[in-house]
Design a protein around this ligand. Sequence first.
Ligand code: RIB
Ligand code: CA
Length: 322
Amino acid sequence: MTRKIILDTDPGVGIPGTDADDPIALLLALADPRLDLLAVTTTFGNCPPELGARGAAAVLAAAGRPDIPVGVGRGTPIARDLPGVLRDAYDGERGREGAIALPQIDAGAAPTAVELIIETVRRHPGEVTIVAVGPQTNLAEALAQAPDIADAIESIVFMGGALGREPVYGRGNITPVAECNIWFDPEAADQVFRAGVPLTMVSLDVTSPASGVVLAADTIRSWEPTSTATRLLAEICSTYLDRPMFEWADGCVLYDPLAVAVAADGALGRFEDLLVGVETNGDLTTGQTVELRDGDPNLRALVEVDGPRVVDHMVDTLFTHL
Ligand code: RIB
Ligand code: CA
């Protein structure tokens, strides 16, 4: 029995200064036999959503799955301007094709990310899990435009937030208390957290070098790719090693692939039911995900994982099935 998923992602493919984990997550979603990838939707974050869609198309083509539809999301948060840090980055290297050639796409002819989410969920009511590994803009828009889908989404597994449980990495990566997927569009995350959809949180506390969720540089350098898709995987990882986004580890931190792995195996680690809110108004704390004391849980958070074991399994899956 496979689990139907939509991957909502911000994949920078070969673009210097972007994280490599989104395209790795996409490759893992394609490779894991427990998952049935129905659609890819792109959001802003690592790069603008149109460029992300071209990256996704490159990955899908390399994996022999150009039939999977890609929907392009909006390029700004739902209630704010694009943060200056992203505006500047998109005016530079993160706004254009990098070392890996990307296909052109006709974004006007394709469904938007929001249309694709709504249409896919309605076609398979109760069966679709959305794995969201970027800012939650598309999800919030889809839920606002089609409130009926809240009951029809099986679950949302998201990479985002920081609960402060892991003392070094579990705090914030874009501010001292906020993780970037939530910080880039806090109002969207706030709406998703309140939507009543079953949520699973995969936060910085577990997607970190402290948990061992790292694809080591030595492992990447030792690969001998055997297919077009694994060749692209190796190229994406090498591009990242040349220009890592954070100097957290000698290798790629697998934030987003861990969310895909959780969608494939809901018993991957230890989970806790929590009530978590998103700060949308703080002068210093916008985007913080706060564990609240009173009230019913709104999500299940992964709080402990055997990172090295999970990473070994991911690499095995990628090289066996791609
Ligand atoms: O904070 C980690 C998140 O932002 C991941 O989704 C990764 O892709 C990064 O850019
Ligand atoms: Ca991401």
